[in-house]
Design a protein around this ligand. Structure first.
Ligand code: NAD
Length: 344
């Protein structure tokens, strides 16, 4: 089977070649992203493989359908870049529901520690033999309250890490898993209470119409002064303009962003020789209390192996049986994993 693989990075290739050879799947690696300009490259293939910043809108779906491509294998968990309503009945959408929640949760804590202990400043100073400590005062995480929004796979691992630091955890989820309250260190609350009582807020829910800009001007107003915002989930969960205003007004004490709402044309690429057109991102990056990483949280050896293995197994299962247990289905107002066989 031949699969057109979009938005290829050098670190993708070894594991996909290895698992592809094991399962008889031949990948054609394109550096370009999948979008309306590049969709023709999928012609003649049995399927396409896409990542978080490929654009799978209605036009791309229709053109894939017209060229006879009926399966899209996402090599990620999130699917906010796919028009699921339009895909239903035209395109089978497979995904990797979990590959390493530890990768993302550990990166979130790495960002938090870097920020609150000013490691990003200390690293640059000591490389210049500047051993002054002025301005590097941090604060203990022990005893602080962290608000975790989204207590799925990644949120739960992040909660465990926070508990290890002796932090108190407030949690919010549309579908709470009450079991995590058992040891008395985690308490589910309403969003407003989480905003009002947290010293740090970490986002681990998907981007949907409901969660779009859940951290906006109104939410920030409800937070404590000095709130630290962590976003390793999806950029548009945070209204970047409102965050910037919160930082300028000193309401927001720090922000750690692995994702950004307008990241798709910038992240994963070397833009160091270009003039950055996005003034909001440029201003955020210029702030001493903002750390931006480039959608890097997933990037561990373990995660890359798991992503390649699951993606290849998803495709192999689909080609063999015409269905896949990791297929996404669109039903009325929500998208769900299809566990019961053929989705359409
Ligand atoms: P998951 O599906 O296991 O958990 C998501 C949780 O969010 C679930 O418990 C769900 O009930 C909850 N949720 C859904 N709608 C909600 C709402 N409106 N309000 C509050 N909670 C809501 O997903 P996961 O594997 O833990 O991943 C979480 C997110 O992390 C993904 O959606 C993805 O966007 C992001 N992610 C980022 C990276 C990265 O590299 N930065 C990598 C993987 C995943």
């Amino acid at each position: 089977m031949k699969i057109a693989f979009f938005d290829t990075k050098p670190y993708d290739i070894p594991a996909f070649r290895k698992y592809g050879a094991d399962y008889g799947i031949d990948f054609k690696f394109y550096e370009t992203k999948l979008n309306t300009d590049t969709v023709e490259l999928a012609k003649g293939f049995d399927g396409v493989c896409a990542f978080v910043n490929d654009t799978v809108n209605a036009e791309v779906i229709d053109r894939l359908y017209d060229t006879g491509v009926n399966v899209l294998a996402l090599r990620c968990a999130g699917f906010n870049n796919v028009d699921m309503k339009h895909a239903f009945g035209r395109l089978h959408v497979l995904r990797v529901p979990a590959y390493s929640p530890y990768a993302v949760a550990e990166h979130t804590m790495a960002l938090l520690l870097t920020s609150v202990r000013r490691i990003h400043k200390a690293y640059i100073r000591s490389r210049d033999f500047n051993f002054s400590l002025s301005g590097l005062t941090g604060f203990d995480l022990y005893g602080k309250t962290v608000g975790v929004i989204g207590t799925g796979r990644i949120g739960k691992v992040f909660i465990d890490i926070c508990k290890g630091f002796g932090m108190k955890v407030l949690a919010y989820d549309k579908f709470p898993d009450k079991g995590i309250e058992a040891d008395g260190n985690v308490k589910y609350t309403e969003l407003d209470e989480l905003f009002a009582k947290s010293d740090i807020i970490s986002l681990h829910c998907p981007l949907t119409e409901e969660t779009y800009h859940m951290i906006d001007e109104n939410a920030l107003k409800k937070c404590k002064k000095g709130i630290v915002i962590l976003n390793t989930s999806r950029g548009a969960l945070v209204d970047a303009e409102a965050l910037l205003a919160g930082i300028k007004s000193r309401k927001v004490g720090a922000a750690c962003l692995d994702v950004y709402e307008e990241e798709s044309d910038l992240f994963f690429e070397d833009n160091s020789g270009h003039i950055l057109e996005d003034d909001t991102l440029a201003r955020l990056i210029s702030m001493p209390n903002v750390i931006v990483s480039s959608h890097q949280a997933f990037l561990t050896e373990e995660a890359l192996e798991n992503i390649a293995e699951t993606t290849v197994k998803n495709l192999s299962e689909f080609f063999e049986k015409g269905q896949c247990s990791n297929e996404l289905c669109f039903r009325t107002d929500e998208t769900v994993d299809c566990k019961n066989g053929k989705c359409f």
